[in-house]
Design a protein around this ligand. Sequence first.
Ligand code: DON
Length: 307
Amino acid sequence: METADYQRILEDVAHEVAGTVGRGRVADYIPALAAVDPESFGIALADVDGGVYGVGQWQQPFSVQSISKTFTLALALARGGESLWKRVGREPSGNPFNSLLQLELENGIPRNPFINAGALVVTDELLSLTGGDASGVLLDFLREESGNDTVDFDRVVAASEADHGHRNAALSHFMAGYGNLVNPVETVLEHYFRQCSVAMSCQDLALAATFLARHGVRRDGGRFLTRSGAKQINAVMLTCGTYDAAGEFAYRVGLPGKSGVGGGILVVIPQRCTLCVWGPGLDERGNSVVGMAAMDSFTTITGWSIF
Ligand code: DON
């Protein structure tokens, strides 16, 4: 496919989903997120050779929220955190992202690294691996890979989530009770809220994730993850990246994907490109309505999926 076609495909996708923009409900359990314009929409594609294309508000920063979990998992594994898999599983949970139900039945071991409980364990592991600077190491990585030095935490969003973060605090204390958190609960939560608060655009996120399309190789050509490490993260994105909608996402899109309640969805097409779409209206499982529709449309138009 000619690179110029990427732009045209994104325009076709945007045209096709125009009627879906604004549908769904903006997340309001983190009050600072509720202020965003529900009609926002953007989509970007970054290819493995460094090209980047976009339509709509593809350069406007939004709250990455759970999309950050892809990067913290990659950083923990890249820094030798293989033992992480003793503390967190890699099976779909079939439950909402913030559910407490399975944790007790499964002795404080979260099902996977993308539900909130699992991501808290990853942040805890990354804190240990970085001498206490999990969110700082994440921010440096995101700035380098996106090529955008202005990527930053949103302190208002982080504080808002901390003020309303009772479920995440409950999950953390519960896991600490099982001995599955090493660092103090308050420290883990502080870094977790900070990582979720990072503001990035579709362009920034698509670029920052291209190592997953390049089998673990960073933008500068340096190896970040082993080939099988990148495959493992893509596999967990496919099976667990959209929570209790992962089956529906695989059915409609057929690609590794990770969503966030800020309305972003990041998708990887191994060997080819990454895509990021943003539309803040969410479905009842916490995934962007227009984002799901756009990814569905993209794979239908191109025929690209891993199946
Ligand atoms: O912990 C939370 O609830 C949020 N910071 C992130 C949740 C999220 O993005 C789930 N995604 N769909």
